[in-house]
Ligand binder design. Structure first.
Ligand code: APR
Length: 254
């Protein structure tokens, strides 16, 4: 019993444009907690207390410490077989974009070149007053004073999109262009409940893409997609991309 259909392999092997939307599930097999799974980050912490501007201004030391804690988890993480399979797929197809909601840099670490970061990137931080880039260093995790800009004294925040904040305009516009242009659109490891990212698979569907959801559970897009590959990304994607490579090989040999 295959994890995916021949139609999906064919669609990818013939596609000129492929767009992939990834969520926290794509990094789960790298040991990084998702948000909404049981024991996910929002089970242990409250996004209201940690992932918004008011919480940050109210308690910058707590929020800086939490992001430093997440950065440490990410620094120890390695890209998994799913990240690597997407980097291989990028090299196989003419036009490819990895649109990610993740802030862990693991797609870049796996070698994917075109990564559209919808929610920023946790390895970057900046001063909220002058914009100067900074690092939230290791010692901040248990500091009792917030880290401040050594140029202007402003508070340092992680370069991630918080609840209530707008996504970087260029990123969401590029993502929507890719969703419209895609011949095949893969949603990988996302519950697809946070907008505007969650709109992207629907935009792709409306513009004629073959849409597949790669997720061991059902997500908000599983039922709308042409196909639900009900398996972990690290298991399904390497096999899918290998099948696509073989199909391309066979087509070029014939
Ligand atoms: N492979 C593929 N999918 C997986 C795996 C795996 N190994 N493990 C879990 N999943 C799926 C879960 O079934 C779930 O549908 O990944 C999804 C993770 O969903 P969320 O935790 O909601 O993460 P995400 O969709 O990325 O959340 C979107 O919400 O809190 C904000 O900013 C945060 O970017 C995040 C956004």
């Amino acid at each position: 019993m295959s994890l995916f259909s021949d139609a999906l392999v064919d669609a990818l092997a013939q596609a000129s444009t492929v767009a992939v939307l990834t969520g926290a599930g794509a990094s789960a097999e790298s040991g990084i907690a998702t948000f909404r799974d049981p024991d996910g980050l929002w089970e242990q912490f409250s996004p209201q207390e940690l992932a918004n501007v008011e919480a940050f201004l109210d308690n910058p030391t707590l929020v800086q410490g939490w992001y430093r804690y997440r950065q440490e988890a990410i620094e120890e993480a390695e890209p998994n077989a799913g990240h690597r399979a997407l980097a291989r797929l990028e090299a196989l197809v003419p036009e490819f974009a990895c649109i990610t909601q993740n802030v862990d840099n693991l797609h870049q670490d796996a070698g994917t070149e075109r990564v559209i970061e919808l929610h920023g990137n946790i390895i970057r931080s900046y001063c909220i007053e002058c914009g100067a880039s900074h690092q939230l260093d290791a010692e901040v995790a248990d500091a009792d004073e917030p880290v401040r800009c050594d140029e202007c004294g402003g508070l340092i925040r992680p370069d991630v999109v918080w609840f209530g904040e707008r996504l970087p305009r260029d990123a969401i516009e590029a993502a929507q262009d890719w969703a419209r242009a895609a011949d095949v659109f893969l949603a990988v490891g996302t519950s697809a409940v946070v907008f505007p990212a969650a709109d992207l698979p629907v935009i792709a569907l409306d513009h004629g893409a073959y849409v597949a959801d790669v997720n061991p559970d059902t997500s908000a897009v599983s039922g709308k997609a042409h196909e639900h590959v009900q398996a972990p990304a690290g298991e399904a994607l390497p096999r899918l991309v290998e099948a696509v490579a073989e199909r391309m090989q066979a087509r070029s040999a014939s």
